[in-house]
Design a protein around this ligand. Structure first.
Ligand SMILES: NC(=O)C1=CN([C@@H]2O[C@H](COP(=O)(O)OP(=O)(O)OC[C@H]3O[C@@H](n4cnc5c(N)ncnc54)[C@H](OP(=O)(O)O)[C@@H]3O)[C@@H](O)[C@H]2O)C=CC1
Ligand SMILES: O=C(O)CCC[C@H](O)\C=C/C=C/C=C/C(=O)C/C=C\CCCCCO
Length: 329
């Protein structure tokens, strides 16, 4: 019999998550029935969505939500061989049983040399978010100017590079000078540290005096309220995330954005990547191709050991990650 380690939400978050909000437990797994598989998590993802979704979708005592790259270690299902790697959405746990229906194989042609953890980041849900947000929501065109915040993160770093691949000028911002240096290294035309600029308004104007055609917003809040005034006529805004607000114990009251919306006849559309599942196969295939061609660079913030999941999650929310944050079990 296999004993799994799991992290449960011991107490709903209030403000930033704290280590004491989590509790690690052991769960004895039953022997496999016909058609079942035993899997071990190899890499686990920590993502911002877990913070707001935990309040909406979880009750105290539930296993933390999340995805993993897992390896099949025992199989009573002829459709899946031992040693196969998959992406699953089974939460923060070291081992789990599946009937195979909730498993996604890695994209065909995944070379042995490519870290499988990328299936949680650049060639997975965050990469797909960037792909859908740019091509389907912003509908970026060559020669346009794209702005992206949280630009050194899992989604933002892909947004900037896909926009370069798409022939655009790209402006990004992040919360440290080392992240800004990384952005320039992966091809951003302009990048700045939003925490240290004297004025965000001035920094946005200096980076692109003519303004922005597309704004890929990962942050929301005050940043979005200022950035919207730098949009060009008929600009498009992909409302991807609002991480500046997830950890608020008291909701922020931002300035209204309707006037520039109306004056510049802007398009602004919220989206959730999982609603665009019909673009998943084409998107993951394109992302893998660009990575293998060296056109799409990646960086992973790898935290070792399952016991360190809460620290990895809290660190990501505080901006300690460069690129996709993953935990190596
Ligand atoms: N709509 C959808 O389907 C999806 C939406 N998202 C959203 O995209 C955004 C980025 O996600 P992801 O790439 O996975 O995460 P990241 O890898 O970018 O990690 C989060 C980053 O957000 C930045 N951040 C944290 N707090 C603030 C703040 N108060 N103000 C500005 N920046 C902040 C930090 O970087 P920094 O150093 O720059 O501050 C941190 O590293 C999130 O809002 C997430 O919810 C992600 C996936 C799917
Ligand atoms: O590829 C897979 O199968 C894994 C899917 C994992 C994940 O569940 C899919 C989508 C993730 C979406 C993330 C969305 C965001 O980050 C946006 C976050 C918050 C928006 C506001 C939520 C308010 C809740 O009350």
């Amino acid at each position: 019999m296999v004993t799994a380690k799991v992290w449960v939400l011991k107490k709903h978050f209030e403000g930033f998550p704290k280590p004491s909000d989590f509790e690690m437990k052991q769960v004895a797994l039953a022997n496999l029935k016909d058609g079942e598989l035993l899997l071990e998590s190899v890499f686990l993802s920590v993502d911002p969505y877990m913070r707001p979704y935990s309040k909406r979708d979880m009750k105290e005592g539930d296993v933390m939500i999340g995805t993993q790259v897992a390896r099949i270690v025992e199989s009573k299902n002829p459709a899946f061989a031992v040693g196969t790697f998959v992406v699953a959405n089974r939460g923060w746990r070291t081992h789990f049983i599946s009937d195979g229906k909730d498993l996604n194989l890695l994209p065909a042609g995944w070379p042995e040399s490519l870290p499988k953890s990328l299936a949680l980041g650049t060639v997975g849900m965050p990469g797909l978010t960037a792909y859908v947000g740019l091509f389907e929501i912003c509908k970026m065109k060559p020669g346009e100017t794209v702005l992206v915040n949280a630009a050194a993160g899992a989604v933002g770093s892909v947004v900037g590079q896909l926009a370069k691949i798409g022939g655009c000028k790209v402006v990004g911002c992040a919360g440290s000078d080392s992240k800004v240096a990384y952005l320039k290294n992966i091809g951003f035309d302009e990048a700045f540290n939003y925490k240290t600029v004297a004025s965000l308004d001035e920094a946005l104007r200096k980076a692109s005096p003519d303004g922005y055609d597309c704004f890929f917003d990962n942050v929301g809040g005050e940043f979005a309220s200022i950035a919207i005034n730098h949009m060009k006529k008929f600009g498009r805004i992909a409302v991807c995330g609002a991480i500046s607000q997830y950890n608020d114990s008291v909701p922020q009251k931002g300035p209204y954005i309707q006037i520039p919306m109306i004056f510049n006849e802007l398009s602004m559309k919220g989206f959730i990547v999982s609603s665009w599942h019909n673009h998943r196969e084409e998107g993951v295939k394109a992302l893998l191709k660009w990575v293998l061609e060296g056109k799409l660079k990646y960086h992973e913030q790898v935290t070792e050991r399952f016991e360190n999941m809460p620290a990895a999650f809290i660190g990501m929310l505080k901006g300690e990650n460069l690129g996709k944050a993953v935990v190596k079990v």
